[in-house]
Unconditional design. Structure first.
Length: 544
């Protein structure tokens, strides 16, 4: 008898996992959690059954005539889908009355679990005619045991009754003895494991609540202790503040001395930085003027030498026999004059741009015609260099607001730059197209290309790939900087795409805008002589 009493006491202790001190609070917490989990589970079941109904109506509908179990499966899915939808509507309506909702929460949980387990059991019974498995029953029990919180007595009653009813119905169905016994073993395992899982869940939930409650109580005690400690600290702080005020006065004097020292050091560092900037500027200025003096000295020397040769020839020979030689040297004089005109003109334009005096006069012009005319004008000159020049366009006409003279300046600079760095038998292609908001002009060559480092600074003023005084290609480093400034004055964009050895492509994008209420004017120059002179000036530093 003593052993039976001891065993009975141990069983009651094991089944009573909820502490009496927090019994009411824990039970309310469990009910609220169960209600929320049932709602989430209902949504999952609705989605799952919509998917299963779709499968029934597509994959399994051909098998309905040969096996009625598929039809029962379909109606079971329809039932659960409808029942869960109605449950959610009922839950939403009942939630408006909080008092009524609190009274029926526990019953809603029990009802939903019974319906879910019965539905899984029915699916497993009908599945005996299809594949002979009880997987739906197993999944349903495990899902309920893992998601819903039951007291040990509740879980034992629910899972035992469910398994007993399932075994009874399964026994009544036409199964072989071997299949029935195998299912019996599975059902017993499911019942025991579901009970243990439910027992573990309620135990963890109860312990977690007790731990949180204990931590909360301890936090209150700590809070009270902290308030007392803060009062003590406040009193002590007031004492320290008085003592600190005297120390602050003494530290103030030291602080002033240190601040003066810091200001002196910062002033020194600022002066050092300013000195470095001055040195860098001076170095850039020296390089510029060295290049400029070289660029001015070379054509002047050539002009002077050519002039001396013409004087010498004229003094030694009759004029009729020296025309060819005089013409040759006179051509040299003219070419170098063009070089000086180009260099001085670029310097003047750069100075005007920096001083904000450079003016862009926009007109509504056909930019396709402007670019095409410029390209055709230089084609003969480039052909003499044994370089092929082509023009391709996706646009027949594009009327935009631009300054035709400045567009011509941009194109001549880019074409001149392309000719400089393109070897004989090379190719230069001028292309035009439109992108949203812009008219695009690209000048692509098959020249030597530009390194990635130089691409970052190629549009900066006075920058050259070859800075030596013996470079093969003439130039002051102003042309591309001037091109970028002219593009910027049109509110456009310019960038470069290049790889060393694979040529370069300069891409200019001019805004696709026109001046309102203004007709398109003839923007291409009719003065062919002036065009030729401009070409000679822009190409003057390219020697044959």
């Amino acid at each position: 008898m003593d052993r039976l009493a001891w065993l009975s006491r141990k069983v009651r202790q094991a089944l009573n996992v909820i502490p009496k001190k927090y019994s009411l609070e824990i039970r309310n917490e469990i009910i609220n959690k169960n209600i929320n989990r049932i709602r989430t589970l209902s949504i999952i079941l609705i989605v799952m059954n919509v998917f299963l109904v779709a499968i029934d109506l597509t994959v399994y509908i051909p098998k309905w005539s040969s096996n009625t179990a598929y039809i029962r499966h379909f109606y079971a899915h329809i039932f659960m889908l409808t029942e869960r939808i109605l449950y959610l509507f009922f839950y939403k309506a009942a939630s408006r009355n909080q008092g009524y909702m609190n009274r029926i929460k526990k019953h809603l949980v029990i009802y939903s679990c019974i319906v879910g387990l019965a539905w899984c059991s029915y699916l497993s019974i009908t599945a005996q005619e299809i594949h002979g498995q009880v997987s739906a029953f197993i999944i349903g029990n495990f899902a309920i045991a893992s998601l819903i919180l039951f007291t040990p007595v509740q879980s034992l009653a629910i899972f035992f009754v469910n398994c007993f009813v399932f075994v009874t119905v399964l026994y009544a169905s036409s199964l072989s003895d071997a299949s029935f016994m195998g299912n019996i073993i599975n059902i017993i395992f499911v019942m025991v494991f579901s009970f243990l899982m439910s027992y573990l869940n309620i135990s963890v939930c109860s312990k977690d609540y007790v731990n949180k409650k204990t931590i909360h109580m301890q936090s209150l005690e700590i809070s009270n202790s902290r308030e007392k400690l803060e009062e003590t600290v406040r009193i002590r702080t007031e004492e320290l503040v008085k003592a600190n005020e005297e120390l602050v006065k003494e530290m103030g004097i030291r602080h002033e001395i240190e601040m003066q020292s810091i200001k002196t050091r910062l002033m020194y560092e600022e002066n050092a930085m300013l000195l470095n900037e001055i040195k860098e500027y001076e170095e850039l200025r020296n390089v510029f003027f060295a290049n400029l003096s070289h660029e001015l000295r070379t054509p002047l020397n050539v002009i002077y030498s050519a002039q001396q040769m013409m004087n010498l020839i004229i003094s030694k020979q009759q004029c009729g026999s020296c025309k060819e030689q005089i013409s040759k040297y006179n051509k040299i004089v003219k070419q170098n004059c063009f070089r000086l005109i180009r260099l001085i003109g670029n310097l003047i334009d750069i100075t005007k741009i920096d001083a904000k005096y450079f003016e862009v006069i926009k007109k509504n012009c056909d930019i396709v015609k402007i670019v095409e005319n410029i390209t055709q004008s230089v084609a003969v000159y480039i052909k003499d260099k044994d370089i092929e020049l082509g023009f391709e366009t996706e646009l027949k006409e594009k009327i935009i607001a631009c300054d035709p003279d400045k567009i011509e300046r941009i194109m001549l600079n880019l074409l001149s730059n392309a000719v400089k760095f393109t070897p004989q038998k090379g190719r230069i292609i001028v292309r035009m197209k439109a992108i949203p908001g812009y008219a695009v002009i690209s000048v692509k060559d098959t020249g030597i290309g530009i390194s990635k480092e130089m691409q970052q600074v190629v549009f900066e003023r006075f920058v050259q790939a070859d800075k030596s005084m013996t470079r093969n290609r003439e130039g002051s480093g102003i042309g591309l900087s001037l091109v970028k400034s002219l593009v910027d004055l049109h509110q456009g964009r310019i960038h470069i795409d290049s790889e060393p050895g694979n040529g370069s492509e300069f891409i200019v994008e001019i805004p696709d805008e026109a001046i309102p209420y203004e007709d398109c004017v003839a923007c291409a120059s009719d003065n062919n002589g002036q065009n030729i002179d401009r070409i000679h000036i822009e190409f003057s530093d390219i020697y044959s």
